[in-house]
Design a protein around this ligand. Structure first.
Ligand SMILES: N[C@@H](CCC(=O)N[C@@H](CS)C(=O)NCC(=O)O)C(=O)O
Length: 207
């Protein structure tokens, strides 16, 4: 198995925290997104979508979506499971991960990638060239606000999003809240439960 990643980026971080939690070391090669190495011929030959993380299995199969990679590794290293302890919890974890990605993660990306030269012609990850749409920044910020409120309700009365233990859903929420900082958003004081949850999660990961 070989992992291509760039630790600082948020999708790679979702996987990185899974690996850290489980204490797994995988043969890893860094692909520097700051240097746009994801568009190099050598990496495009591995993953034409030019995104990270990318996992290549020993039989040559390539996985290019974070959730799929996390699920696969979790199944191969079943200690400290992060996708639930039964089928229902598994479905709930995947549901929450999908919600967090769609409602939170893509909202931040909308704000981040629709302005500035760093993402000029690249408002979406990958090789597709498109114009930035600055109108989406305001909407993205509104979506982030709604996401904070929704997640505050979720963690108001429990420590973990699913069941009684840490899951990938918690990791994804933690990473997404950190990603909000990239667009200068902080968890507002109207969401004290979420602030508290984030502080606890930060301590758990020693960050
Ligand atoms: N579908 C992929 C998307 C992953 C993704 O967007 N990764 C970002 C880093 S956080 C990336 O590789 N961006 C490359 C780019 O912006 O060109 C997934 O869910 O893992």
């Amino acid at each position: 198995m070989k992992l291509y990643t760039f630790e600082a980026a948020p999708n790679p971080r979702r996987l990185g925290l899974l690996l850290k939690h489980k204490g797994i070391n995988i043969d890893t090669q860094a692909v520097d997104l700051m240097k746009k190495e994801q568009f190099s011929d050598s990496f495009c030959a591995i993953n034409p979508r030019s995104t990270l993380p990318t996992l290549v299995l020993d039989d040559g199969t390539v996985l290019t979506d974070t959730i799929a990679i996390c699920m696969y590794i979790d199944s191969q290293y079943p200690d400290k499971p992060l996708f639930g302890r039964n089928e229902l919890e598994r479905a709930q974890v995947i549901g929450r991960c999908h919600q967090i990605f769609f409602e939170g993660f893509t909202a931040v990306a909308e704000v981040l990638r629709n302005k500035g030269d760093a993402f000029k012609d690249r408002p979406l990850p990958g090789p597709l060239k498109m114009p930035q749409l600055p109108e989406l920044i305001e909407r993205g910020n509104l979506r982030i606000g709604a996401f904070y409120e929704a997640m505050n309700d979720e963690v108001a009365e429990r420590d973990f999003l699913v069941g009684n233990d840490l899951s990938q859903a918690d990791i994804d929420l933690y990473v997404t809240l950190g990603f909000c900082g990239w667009v200068k958003r902080q968890i507002p004081d109207t969401c004290p439960a979420l602030q508290n949850w984030f502080t606890n999660m930060k301590a758990r990961f020693g960050e």
